[in-house]
Ligand binder design. Structure first.
Ligand code: PLP
Length: 464
């Protein structure tokens, strides 16, 4: 299963004019093709997988190209514009920060870094915490993994292993890839040789232990994963930390609370730490500020990114004081981490999420969109295996007729067709569609887009 390079052949489309969707050209717009071709010559093909529309302007939950087309955005970029694209208060904060003529400070003290850090510490569910800022999510993941290992090494020199869940994603730098349970370019590295271990994710949808449904079996699931490692002679006492997505980007459902509780208590009993990767599910996406709030456990570390700024590159690690202070002065920093303009954007974003009640909006709008989309399970039982999720973190899983196998081609074709009809979606290459609009989306617009997905599914299943 992989993403394909999208075709640049313009496909005629029916003109669409609704309050939110305007489609006035074939897609891709013929005028955009030569530019996208030049882009493909200038950058690797790994970048050529998204539907070929030229982003020119993005505002709130709408994305526009320069040719008169406008989409309802069901992507939020890639699950990043939680407060909406180009929110005026975020734009204003960026403007003020640049007008102050302070564009970079590295680790020198700055007011905007302080303001953002104090805000993060105030939001933190971890008592007595500190936070550190980075640019990309993967850097923050890498930092959390390093901190867990530093902590482990204080207990025992070889307590440096990381436990993660198959199917979770944590980023593209080396340790983050090794902790990820999705196929990666680093698959040539023997994970276990470099102290990364995985157990099956508690994905009841495809139960790794062959059960037909969830029966309060999360603790057994966690235990069974560990037992399997132990039965291969792996020393579990060497595990320094567990990292997991509390609401994985693939299933978009919180992992079972009993699995999380088992992981948390096992970690405590074994002097091991628990890090929650909230890069995708955090910052209100799931109807709570932290996705981990659905689990009922307090982690030792939290990793944030994407929706932390809804705009410029900002990520963060939050953790208990004594953990965050394990590295010596100078050992944990990054040139662009806490950049004053980015920090100002992130602080404005957090205030917008709060002042506009966008976390609650995510829960409310998510519930009605989920209900609408779940009708697809009844209408297309041969193609739709499940529609699930929480808040505005929803996914539609398609399967090949009469099998449990993901319908990769169909899902990607539906996403491409939705784009031609004015709903911006991304292809996943894994047989599912993801519905992750900005949290500010108007419920009527979200329902209109959900109905477009329905029509695309109805039409696409006739041909794919
Ligand atoms: C759960 C999760 N962790 C980590 C990352 C990596 O973040 P970034 O792409 O900003 O490095 C992502 C990005 O998609 C993610 O979804």
């Amino acid at each position: 299963m992989a993403l394909g390079v999208t075709s640049l052949e313009p496909i005629p489309t029916a003109a669409i004019q609704t309050r939110w969707r305007h489609i006035v050209t074939p897609i891709p717009a013929p005028e955009s093709v030569s530019l996208i071709e030049r882009l493909r010559q200038a950058e690797p093909r790994s970048m050529a997988t998204m539907p070929p529309i030229l982003w020119h302007e993005a505002e709130g939950f709408l994305v526009r190209d320069p040719f008169g087309n406008q989409w309802i955005d069901f992507t939020s970029g890639i699950v990043l514009a939680n407060a909406g694209h180009a929110h005026p208060r975020i734009v204003q904060a960026i403007r003020e920060a640049t007008e102050q003529r302070l564009l970079a400070t590295y680790a020198f003290p700055s007011e905007s870094r302080l303001a953002l850090l104090e805000k993060l510490v105030a939001l933190s569910p971890i008592p007595d915490s500190k936070a550190i800022l980075y640019s990309s999510g993967t850097e923050a993941t890498e930092c959390a993994l390093m901190l867990m290992r530093r902590h482990g090494q204080r207990i025992r020199a070889d307590k440096v292993s990381i436990l993660s869940l198959a199917g979770n994603y944590h980023g593209r730098t080396l340790s983050a890839q090794l902790a990820s349970g999705t196929p990666q370019p680093t698959d040539w590295i023997d994970r276990e040789l470099v102290h990364h271990f995985q157990i099956p994710a508690p994905n009841c949808f495809e139960c790794p232990w062959g059960r037909s449904h969830y029966e309060q079996c999360g603790a057994d699931c966690f235990r069974a994963g560990l037992d399997k490692l132990a039965s291969r002679g792996i020393d579990l006492d060497r595990i320094a930390g567990i990292i997991l997505e509390p609401v994985p980007g693939w299933t978009t459902l919180p992992i079972p609370r009993d699995f999380a509780a088992a992981a948390s208590s096992w970690a405590k009993q074994h002097d091991c730490l628990l890090a929650l990767d909230e890069i995708q599910c955090g910052c209100g996406r799931t109807g709570r500020f932290f996705g981990g709030e659905h689990l009922g456990v307090t982690p030792d570390l939290i990793v944030l990114g994407k929706g932390l700024s809804s705009s410029l590159p900002v990520s963060a690690v939050i953790g208990r004081n004594e953990l965050m202070d394990l590295p010596l002065p100078g050992e944990m920093s990054s040139t662009h981490g806490g950049n004053p303009v980015c920090a100002a954007a992130a602080l404005a974003n957090l205030r917008v999420l709060e002042d506009e009640g966008l976390v609650d909006a995510s829960a409310r709008t998510g519930t009605i969109v989920l209900e609408r989309l779940q009708s697809l399970e009844r209408e297309f039982p041969e193609h739709v295996r499940a529609v699930q999720g929480i808040g505005l973190f929803l996914s539609i899983h398609l399967h090949r007729r009469g099998t449990a196998k993901p319908a990769v081609e169909l899902a990607d074709a539906v996403a491409q067709e939705a784009v031609r009809r004015g709903v911006l979606m991304f292809t996943t290459g894994r047989g599912y569609l993801k519905v992750t609009p900005p949290l500010c989306i108007e419920p009527d617009a979200a329902l209109e887009a959900a109905d477009v997905i329905r029509d695309c599914l109805a039409d696409t299943t006739k041909t794919v």
